[in-house]
Write a protein that binds this ligand. Structure first.
Ligand SMILES: Cn1cc(CCO)c2c3c(c(-c4ccccc4Cl)cc21)C(=O)NC3=O
Length: 284
């Protein structure tokens, strides 16, 4: 434990933005650089406990994953007065969970989410790591600044001026990250857990992330709330995913493939990035 209270010396706490069993997350301004960060402050886990391994895994994962546009950026972590503190990039648009509370996302927004998180997962998987807790509460939103000046429509813009993305989606909370070939799996939220991981088959962990991402898209598209157990839980894992009428046939088919009971039949993150739904021009 450092005996200098870095948290209060170096940061001004603006607002508590999240609270859970893990501790609490605040939006803070760093006094030196004047930038806003998200700081999670949790009780320091007991030395040698699983909680300590998780806490260290989170920091190792952030350090290894470095910077990626679709993974929440890590800055620093330290221990003080019996607490563990991690300083991350602050995403100013809330979480996907909060966004969903305003109602289901329309298909164009779901396609942006699909493209961004597929990129984030492809990057994590390319580093032989898996996230293991993909879900709406762990996907954060940055509101991208306006690219086109408000009065840009000077009459010269033709009608296929690319629509600039309003949101940037990022994968956060790396507390469950593990190696692809690791037997040390800390299960994530059971609502997004594939059956094979529950049965301790860890041979296709990247496809567990794809399964969880499929149910995340299904929920964001209006299919929620997801069951935590029982017959409905099993039905989804037997491939019986309800059809979402407000989404295209292609999107519904993609969701079914992402949650296929057979992990090997689920598309990889790299495949998702190349999916036809994301490259409409290529279809003409
Ligand atoms: C509850 N909550 C709300 C937010 C802000 C969304 O506008 C948030 C963030 C993070 C985290 C977070 C998650 C897990 C570990 C560490 C952190 Cl800082 C939690 C967050 C994080 O790493 N970056 C965030 O913006």
């Amino acid at each position: 434990d450092s005996n200098i209270p870095r948290y209060s010396v170096e940061f001004v706490e603006q607002e508590v933005i999240g609270r859970g069993s893990f501790g609490e997350v605040s939006r803070c301004v760093n006094k030196l650089d004047g930038c806003v960060y998200a700081l999670k402050r949790s009780l320091r886990p007991v030395a040698g406990s699983a909680a300590e391994r998780n806490a260290l895994t989170e920091v190792y994962a952030h350090a290894v994953l470095g910077m990626h546009p679709h993974v929440v950026r890590y800055y620093s972590a330290w221990a003080e007065d019996g607490h563990m503190i991690i300083q991350n990039e602050y995403c100013d648009g809330g979480s996907l969970q909060q966004m969903m509370e305003a109602g289901p996302l329309p298909e164009p927004e779901l396609l942006l989410l699909l493209a961004h998180i597929a990129e984030g997962l492809a990057y994590i998987h390319s580093r032989q790591l898996v996230h293991m807790d993909v879900k709406p509460g762990n996907i954060f939103v940055c509101r991208a600044e306006q690219f086109t000046a408000p009065d840009s429509d000077d009459g010269y813009d033709d009608d296929d001026t690319p629509q600039h993305p309003q949101h940037i989606y990022k994968l956060g909370d790396l507390g469950h990250v593990t190696c692809v070939s690791s037997p040390l799996v800390e299960e994530g939220d059971c609502r997004y857990l594939p059956k094979e991981v529950l049965q301790e088959d860890f041979t296709h962990l990247t496809k567990a992330d794809i399964f969880a991402f499929g149910l995340t898209l299904f929920e964001a598209g209006g299919g929620g709330p997801l069951p935590k157990n029982g017959q409905q839980w099993h039905d989804i894992r037997d491939g019986k995913l309800p059809h979402l009428p407000n989404l295209s046939k292609e999107f519904n088919e993609l969701l079914k493939k992402m949650v296929d009971p057979e992990p090997m039949l689920r598309p990889s993150a790299a495949r998702l990035r190349r999916h036809a739904l994301l490259h409409p021009a290529g279809n003409k």
